[in-house]
Design a protein. Structure first.
Length: 282
């Protein structure tokens, strides 16, 4: 009779076959999951790069830190207790690795608290559509401060940033415009900074508007019209002086009796502010 195979060989063979089956099932599941994840990245990745505005400013950390140190040392030495590294880290944490259309005021709140500082009374100068002129003015006359002359405004002026959920967490190619999504990092930042700047104003405040704009010098949709006016405190601000400026040699589309200036006066007077208007303040 032929020799019978040992009885113990059948059990290990069964275990081996079962292990192979389990391994094959695991590999199939892993392949399916990888395919789904890759497809998701392929769908989301290019979308994140197709925003219409410029991407994050190169060397953003160095730019922000340099401006912070410069502002504290040269412009406002009284702010010497400000920790520029902490301010930068707080800014970075507000947007890095986040969807650039889902930024909230809570994201920026720690930054606002770290970088805020008092604004002397009678020095707040607001503006709309007079960017170049108003800042040439404050550079030559240090008696006034725009938002861009504060620590936060100086650091962020003409700088761009936004995050990306995928590595490296910062999008250097493109960032969303306000028209693409309202809750983008830049829009939320400037709204919060503008609100804080208006809340800090006291005494007599000025606003420089452009009287050469055909659509009107005052626009309710502007940052000044939609945010800063409503956050001026009538208990702290005694009067608002409007400086209506016309382009040199350009059109004089509106005067102090113009339709949009009258609307602005009505809004301010309803909030119990004294209002004056001067054309082409020297």
């Amino acid at each position: 009779l032929p020799a019978m195979p040992p009885r113990h060989t059948k059990w290990p063979r069964t275990v081996l076959l079962a292990g192979i089956v389990v391994l094959l099932v695991f590999l199939v599941v892993a392949a399916v999951l990888a395919s789904l994840l890759t497809r998701g990245k392929q769908e989301n990745g290019p979308h994140m790069l197709k925003w219409k505005d410029r991407g994050t400013t190169r060397n953003l950390q160095e730019v922000m830190l340099g401006r912070c140190y410069s502002h504290v040392a040269a412009r406002q030495p009284a702010l010497g207790d400000k920790d520029c590294l902490k301010i930068w880290e707080s800014l970075k944490q507000a947007f890095i690795y986040k969807n650039p259309c889902n930024i909230t005021t809570e994201d920026y709140q720690p930054l606002m608290e770290l970088a805020s500082h008092p604004i002397p009374c009678n020095k707040s100068l607001f503006w709309s559509k007079t960017n170049d002129l108003v800042h040439r003015y404050t550079k030559s006359d240090r008696n006034f401060l725009t938002l861009e002359d504060t620590l936060l405004g100086y650091m962020a002026d003409r700088v761009s940033w936004c995050g990306d959920p995928s590595a490296p967490g910062i999008n250097y190619k493109s960032c969303p415009k306000r028209t693409e999504c309202e809750s983008n990092p830049i829009s939320v930042f400037w709204k919060m900074a503008s609100k804080m700047f208006a809340e800090a104003a006291c005494g007599v405040v000025q606003v420089m508007l452009n009287g050469s704009i055909e659509a009107g010098a005052f626009r309710s949709s502007s940052i000044f019209g939609s945010i800063e006016i409503s956050n001026l405190n009538p208990d702290k601000v005694s009067a608002v002086q409007i400086w209506l400026m016309h382009d040199i040699g350009g059109p004089q589309s509106e005067s102090c009796s113009g339709h949009s200036i009258r609307r602005l006066k009505d809004i301010l007077e309803e909030r119990n502010f004294k209002v004056t208007c001067e054309e082409n303040h020297r």
